[in-house]
Design a protein around this ligand. Structure first.
Ligand SMILES: [Fe+2]
Length: 311
């Protein structure tokens, strides 16, 4: 059976005390989680005295924040989050703070609660913390496409150049001004028409070398296969900027793969309002960003966390 046929008819709806989880209006594989306003308000009130410094310095505080959210909902909520992220037919959701706050500290706490219901974040070498905040502006002199506004940031998975599992990722929009364009571009591996060709290619399991640019603060190279099995299903590890092919044939394979995914009709563009986040399984979802329209006043700040499931 080809991967396209595995698609589910429609995702189920989960409801519980203080929340409702339903299929996302813009993507049949994603869910949207709606938290009731009183839950958001209570959560923010209860974590008011936990500073971001405490979250950074005392790892157990991050799990305490997760538990604060859990206690305002029913006992199934955490399990449902993990179920969605594991579920091959979905693997992702959006959730937001419904304009109950615009304080960036609240965004850090809320995203921390979500990631610690899913698992444990990896140390982010770029920021030297368990999360990273970064800006996209009109001008940029960095060494990767992460902060370059006017280029398309092509589809990729995260954690390619680190030697630790990156099961999921979270991206939250912290701030945005004068931004037109720049939407998230997402592709579920099972929605990619030419998956079979690239998966069955002799180079599909070739261990390519990945190297990080200086800004990532990672000095060791790693070898990663483009396709591998996880939970008995094919998954992908790829980013065009950090993979170092050694032959023309390898370069052609990687270029063709990237182009084929970029042109897939399964690709969707997702607009994320400020204060909303998207969480995805990083093993069978690829993500990227559309270019912005030119504007000297452009400013966007994002928060990211990547991590692993806890068995
Ligand atoms: Fe990324």
């Amino acid at each position: 059976m080809c991967a396209m046929e595995m698609k589910k008819e429609s995702l189920p709806v989960f409801t519980g005390e203080g929340y409702r989880i339903q299929p996302h209006s813009d993507h049949e594989r994603l869910y949207n989680i709606e938290l009731e306003a009183h839950v958001i308000d209570r959560f923010l009130e209860e974590v008011r005295n936990i500073s971001d410094e405490q979250l950074e310095y005392i790892p157990y505080q991050r799990l305490i924040v997760a538990n604060t959210l859990l206690e305002l909902l029913d006992e199934n909520f955490g399990e449902t989050i993990r179920h969605i992220l594991h579920d091959r037919s979905s693997g992702g959701f959006t959730v937001g703070l419904s304009n109950r706050t615009t304080d960036p500290q609240d965004y850090v706490k809320f995203s921390t609660a979500l990631t610690h219901l899913a698992g444990i974040p990896n140390f982010d070498a770029m920021s030297q913390k368990y999360y990273a905040r970064f800006s996209v502006k009109h001008t940029d002199d960095s060494d990767s496409y992460l902060r370059q506004a006017y280029r398309r940031f092509t589809l990729h998975t995260d954690g390619t150049y680190v030697d630790e599992p990156t099961d999921w990722l979270l991206m939250m929009k912290m701030e945005e001004e004068n931004a037109v364009g720049g939407s998230s571009r997402l592709l579920h591996l099972d929605d990619w028409e030419e998956f079979d060709y690239y998966y069955n290619h002799p180079l599909a399991s070739y261990p390519f070398t990945y190297k990080a640019p200086a800004s990532k603060n990672v000095s060791e190279d790693v070898q990663r296969k483009t396709f591998y099995d996880w939970n008995n299903r094919p998954c992908i590890c790829f980013i065009d900027q950090f993979v170092y092919p050694e032959t023309i044939e390898q370069a052609q394979y990687l270029k063709g793969l990237s182009l084929s995914m970029e042109e897939s009709s399964g690709l969707i563009e997702l607009e994320l309002p400020v204060g909303d986040l998207v969480m995805l399984n990083n093993r069978f979802w690829l993500h990227g960003r559309a270019g912005f329209e030119k504007n000297p006043q452009l400013h966007r700040e994002l928060l990211r966390q990547r991590g692993r499931f806890v068995q």
